[in-house]
Design a protein around this ligand. Sequence first.
Ligand code: ZN
Length: 465
Amino acid sequence: MAKLHLANDLAEKTRVYAKSRAPPPRYSDVYPSGPLNKIAGVRLPNKPSSTLWDISIEDGRISAVDPHDFECSRRHPLPGVLDGSNRLLSPSLCHAHIHLDKCFLLQDPKFCDLQIEKGDFQEAMDMTSKAKARFEEDDLLRRGRQLIEESIHYGVTVMRAFVEVDGSVRFKCLDAGLKLKKEFEDRCEIQICAFAQLPLFSGHDGGEEVRRLMTEATHREGVDVVGSAPYVELDEVKMKMNVRWISMMALFNEKPLDLHLDYFLEENKQPLVWAALDIIKGRNWVEKGGKQITLGHCTRLTRFKEEDWQRLKQDIGNLPVAFVGLPTSDLFMMRTPESLRGTLPVVEMIEKYGFNAAIAVNNVGNAFTPQGTCDPLSIASLGVGLYQAGTKKVAEILYATVSSRAKTAINCESTSLALATGEPADFVLFDRMDTGWRCKKSIAEVVYDAGTARQTIRRGRVTAF
Ligand SMILES: [Zn+2]
């Protein structure tokens, strides 16, 4: 009875809709499955919100940006043309730093006995190592697939995914990561970073097993990046040995390097960044064609004074270094006994000192970061309050830290807010077609409140509706 009532109601609504306006286009016309040659009638960043534009696409790249052709759209639907419906079109998003293998541990029924009791760093490490002992291919694929699907929905077209390699998980996380990379290759570029979260030189066997496994992992086909977390070593000597070893692996195997560095806040503990830069420069990194160096976390740098920032800029010199701040994790995990908190001042680093810097989600649904989603824009939005970044200009910088700057930080071609001819046709469209006056008209509005209705386009193909 209730069902029948609902059906009648729906039929009535459809009749009213049909009377009031032309029938809606067929689903297949609205969302072409093949490559697009045009996205018609969109708002663009950096252009007056009152004007509409058509973006032409050839071979997955922007071939032209023209004022919207209203005549042409009346002859709609044309094959290969996506109806922009006045929505804002912007460059796609990027996870510059995400842990693929540790995601959704708090939600997955397999790990439901592992819930947060204390909420501190040690508990997060212990819980994660307990979970890792139970990792199997099926849950790694299930959780990883969920993270990638949700990310694509939010507008992500490229990510750097960390998968851990050690004696406990051996190559389980790596194998699952490589499978997912292949599975999603048409919809999202997934850079796989073989990552030594555990010490390379401390521990019962002096890190020998981790080094052996990492060496093997580095040579595996499909591994794009190598990385480690020097802060987990027992003392400073071993931390430096960690940086020496992993930077040698990256340089000799021609892979980008990703270091999770200085993940603490205490002012009396010295940061490793100085020694790390010395070691890397000592390898004649630039002369030998060394790839991108990405430094994640780096919370200790929040204690830097003006002269430290100046020195950092100088020490980096022409090294291809980028920083990635991880505010949601830092806010939850990083606190001193006096309850001081800190996360990289990314906006200041970009504006004042000209560093390459981005922000990222880091963890989703685990004891390191229980709060938050797979949406990079939620981090940009948090940045408005965190960095007191409310102006239009700074909001655009924040957008770039999860879009073009994030892609640059992981050595990936990017699309700028200018949407210039020749740039990759990697986009996100905001809102539904019928959102009305609350639809986003500028990048600042998106950063303040991006909403969840989005459509993703990668190399001229729709990847999420
Ligand atoms: Zn991380």
